[in-house]
Design a protein around this ligand. Sequence first.
Ligand code: HBZ
Length: 831
Amino acid sequence: MLKKTVLQKFDKELFKNSVIYNVKTLYRKTLEEATQQQIFQAVAYAIKDVIVDNWMNTQKEYAKQDPKTVYYLSMEFLMGRALGNNLINLQAYNDVAEALEDLGIDINLVEDQEPDPALGNGGLGRLAACFLDSLTTMGYSAYGCGIRYRYGMFKQEIRDGYQIEVPDNWLADGNPFELRRPEYAKEVKFGGYVNVYVDENGRNNFKQEGYQSVKAIPYDMPIVGYGNGIVNTLRIWDAEPVECFQLESFDKGDYQKAVEQENLARNIVEVLYPNDNHYAGKELRLKQQYFFISASVQEAVEKYMRKHDDIRKFHEKVTFQLNDTHPTVAIAELMRILMDDYYLTWDEAWAVTTKTCAYTNHTIMAEALEKWPIELFSRLLPRIYQIVEEINRRFIAQVSQQYPGDQNKIAKMAIIYDGQVKMAHLAIVSGYSVNGVARLHTEILEKQELRDFYEMMPEKFNNKTNGITQRRFLLHGNPLLAQWVTDHVGNDWITDLSKISGLKIYAEDEKAQQEFMNIKYQNKVRLARYILEHNGVEVDPRSIFDVQVKRLHEYKRQLLNILHIMYLYNELKNNLQLEFYPRTFIFGAKAAAGYRNAKLTIKLINAVADVVNNDPSIGGKIKVVFIEDYKVSNAEWIFAAADVSEQISTASKEASGTGNMKFMLNGALTLGTMDGANVEIVEEVGMENTFIFGLSSDEVIRFENYGGYNPMDIFNNDPDIRRVLMQLINGTFAPYDTELFRPLYNSLLNTQSTSKADMYFILKDFKPYAEAQRRVEAAYRDEANWAKSAILNVACSGKFSSDRTIQEYVDDIWHLDKVVLPKRVEKPKAK
Ligand code: HBZ
């Protein structure tokens, strides 16, 4: 192979040759003959070559320095494309762009060839990806552990206004950045029963027998740190049938079992469950969880034991962070390995486990809480269930001792109760840390949702407000603004976002304001082009770009947004002379495939778009755009082009939000409720540079505890709202089927449905929202003042870097050692 550390000191000619060489050896083609996809592959392999050198070097250094390592255990890693990000972090983006240009290749087109790895749903999965970027850039030893789903998040197509889910075969052309590591394969066992044998030392040996098993094969993806030569690993597990078992089964004539085992392997990693904030309770999901956890925990223990001899000190070198409850079986799996494979006593194993595992909570939505039926759990994971039972037995004894005679406490706190295994309770009881993801969210956990646990073990609870990586969401996603920031405050912000506060002094500077607005305009032009190409809708980049992009969920209230657009349209139609600043409302959202009201909301948005965009009488003053297939790659462009950031969840429901931070970093102004991290955004940038409206979380919680409110009162007393609601059922936006939107109407007024009317307080917050939107319009008319606010948003976004979040996890929970690579001495070239 051609090459050698091409990018250590970027050697343009070497790189170009490497690309040409790769096209030749991979495809037997010249550059001119190669397809765009083949060029992408060739470029990716040239870059991978450099990364692998750094990767090996980093791992060698880790072996030498033996730092404590965090295993970030997560069902989801929403990585987005790797090529551009790797080039950014190698500090080689511009050099490579130039070299490709020499070859007549546009780097943007090359980047666009890469499938967007979407092994996650939304915020939780993207947070995991940002954390890996920060951990590596800050020099901490870390593994991400997850699943190599054959199909990640579905591709969304919009047909006739409806969402269609199309499988996303992201591995179709191969993934140039991954490495298959069969030498680290693990066996994972399901089902069967547990037998106890007493061995020659009088010890009980628990053996799972009559099980089915799957072979877990790891694929490693490099995580490149920014400018520091460090490369960590995202290890995602694929499943294969265990061959020897198959043979044994055939010998026994057990054909059925052999086939079942093969099917198990095929099914287990087939697809990511596309629900966010919703627990489906499917057996296959629990299989997925145990599959990747068992493999990851086995590997963590084996890796530790390759270098150390006392498993009782495991927690001194390893910590497991559980990304929500999905990986919580790790607790019992670690206990199992420590007791059954290393013969620790219960108390010894418990001492290690409770110093190793830490849990992050991402939601208080009741429907997201994982509770597995005992029948299913014990059948699938018989040994794990025994261990959970024992943890529960001991915990209940402890509760009874602390609260004698209080049966209610046990009912509320037990891990196993009412025929169900409650994963959050298991994680809280067995971990050493429980954290929420924004200050308000953590307070709600402590005071409401997890109050009993907080009272019993307050020392475990802590807050870690989320963050995002400025490397992807400013440096890569918004190169014009990134350069402008660097021109004004230097480039330290790339690894220390607090430095961006240096922009504050430019907020009132007229020239800076104009430059900023000009950059925003160019980004709006870029997005407008994308929208024209992908949606066929023409939008005016001089209009206000008002954006809501996130998963579709009733609590996030896209319905409030579109109902308000209907109201605005009515206002305009009533008075065509109305003073109205042109506005482009942009949506992007995937709905879980089985979530009826969410999917219907997408249809409503598109139905309103159809009417409004094609009504010449309003002179194009309102445009509504639904961007198909919202994903990490188009998100970067969307944030860069936004003026207004819609963060309008029902207060108390959005644990944190991270999109809100990405908008802020790109200079959009938040229009939102006092929910999640919005509260902290307001604290940083000042209320006057945001548009806050609506019920507070205390008010929402009070309504919920005292029986809600009656949306009918609003319907009866407010003719504007009544008109909009009637338009849901009178065919204004669906003349061919007047009943189409009835379920949405019902969800607000509850004529028939079983759930409460307007559970998410949409009608209650409607007028305050409309009033806040009027403030937005007035503010935008004063361009200088808007620019000032936007610049201040960028300047005050320092807190929301995931680097800050990670440092807090390191200081308060993980206690990792920082690794610095020794400077590499360039070997003198042989003559
Ligand atoms: O995690 C999100 C929260 O809704 C958001 O407020 C927060 O900012 C973000 C990061 O902390 N939660 C999710 O994205 N949750 C899921 O995607 C999810 C997926 C599968 C589940 C449950 C939740 O079974």
